[in-house]
Design a protein around this ligand. Structure first.
Ligand code: SF4
Length: 403
């Protein structure tokens, strides 16, 4: 008897092909179909995609070369004790793989991204290059207005290079479409948490990451098609340990590493891999009363975009949380999802993730939540030790642990 077919297989294959399209052929095709409209690369972690879509620009999240780019020239630009993503990004730029892009935006994630923005400006002076300073104070009259100015500046610079003028109606429409995507991503997350054998972490990763290179409306079609077909998938439940992965928000682990974790007896019920698409809690608050006596108003779509970040940005290593407690959001997430443990997975030499780790570990210890940790690089090729470590962790949680 032949095995039942998986109706989601073609959708997952398409998402994986997008992940492997390192030379951005899909982006070049989009540009050709849109009269040469600009496409702009966005480095991790976060820049608001609706702003770009509203001015007719395709935002393309760039995550370096993963495990499929041999870094030769890129190594010459960085000392050895720096993470891998800037090296492979430079390598791709110099090798012409990012030629489909008309420019790059570098959000203020960390010093490495800041340095990369300066190098980019020197290496590719003919291309647009912008440093996006995200606020670290979130009161509307300070960080809010500052961030609004940053977004207006970048939009104006892109308009001067051929983008459409920023128009309130088009921005409002882009936010509505983005909110639809956000609702679908929430549905995806909920399905995965409920039935991790129906939607594995590696599959959720591919489906989410497809949004890094697709226009929002096309990503919505992909997500809707998957969610409609998912109930028909032939699946088998496993008695795995439910874990959350944290720390992999910028340089991405190879997809093979995520699959290795799945094979080690862990159901990864949540992660921060694609934080750039998910960095806001809930919807962008369009026409909502956000209870903010401030100069910003969600009836103005640009203000709404600003307030979504200042009021609803998720707690991450790259965001100042003032009086908040590091790790508290993670502990709450563990409780909400019924997770039994946490895997702290950070890129080697990633300051934001690794400087947070002791405080996160303290919070997990205080809450009695088991955890393990390892480091990786985007081009890691040997997963056996990680498989053994994660396997031993899942066994120990099953035998002795309880979150
Ligand atoms: S991996 Fe970490 S240190 Fe490297 S660019 Fe990303 S956030 Fe910065």
């Amino acid at each position: 008897m032949s095995a039942p077919t998986d109706p989601c297989a073609p959708l997952l294959a398409r998402a994986e092909a997008l992940l492997e399209d390192l030379s951005l052929h899909g982006v070049a095709a989009w540009k050709a179909a849109h009269g040469g409209a600009p496409a702009i690369g966005i480095m991790p972690v976060f820049a608001p995609r609706p702003l770009f879509e509203a001015i007719g620009v395709l935002p393309v999240n760039i995550y370096g070369g993963g495990d499929r780019v041999d870094v030769i020239k890129g190594d010459a630009y960085y000392q050895s004790y720096i993470c891998h993503i800037p090296r492979s990004t430079i390598e791709m730029g110099l090798g012409g793989q990012l030629d489909a892009l008309d420019g790059m935006v570098f959000p203020s994630t960390c010093d490495v991204i800041r340095n990369l923005s300066g190098m980019w400006r020197m290496l590719f002076p003919q291309k647009y290059s912008a440093y996006l300073d995200l606020p670290q104070t979130f009161e509307a009259p300070l960080g809010g207005l500052f961030y609004r100015h940053e977004l207006s500046r970048i939009a104006a610079e892109l308009v001067a290079r051929g983008a459409r003028p920023l128009d309130a109606d088009r921005l409002r429409e882009a936010i509505i479409v983005e909110n639809r995507r956000r609702a679908l991503l929430a549905d995806l997350a909920s399905l995965r948490a409920r039935e991790p054998w129906r939607l594995k972490a590696s599959e959720a990763y591919l489906l989410t990451r497809a949004g890094a290179v697709l226009p929002c409306a096309e990503h919505i079609e992909l997500l809707e098609a998957f969610l409609a077909a998912a109930p028909e998938r032939p699946v088998r439940a496993y008695d795995n340990v439910r874990v959350i992965v944290l720390g992999a928000f910028c340089e991405q682990p190879p997809i093979g590493l995520i699959r290795t974790l799945e094979r080690s007896g862990c159901d990864l019920v949540d992660d921060d891999f694609q934080l750039g698409l998910c960095a806001i809690d809930g919807a962008i608050p369009l026409d909502e009363d956000v209870g903010d006596q401030s100069p910003l108003d969600t009836h103005d779509p640009l203000d709404a975009l600003v307030l979504s970040y200042t009021l609803r940005g998720q707690a991450t290593a790259t965001r100042y949380i003032a009086d908040g407690v590091k790790g508290e959001a993670l502990v709450n997430r563990v409780r909400t999802l019924g997770a039994e443990g946490v895997i702290l997975a950070a890129p080697s030499f990633c300051d934001p993730a690794l400087l947070d780790q002791p405080m996160i570990e303290q919070a997990l210890n205080d809450a009695g939540i088991p955890f393990t940790s390892f480091k990786y690089a985007e081009n890691s090729a040997q997963f056996q030790t990680i498989r053994e470590q994660a396997g031993a962790f899942s066994d120990s949680v099953k035998l002795w642990g309880a979150a």
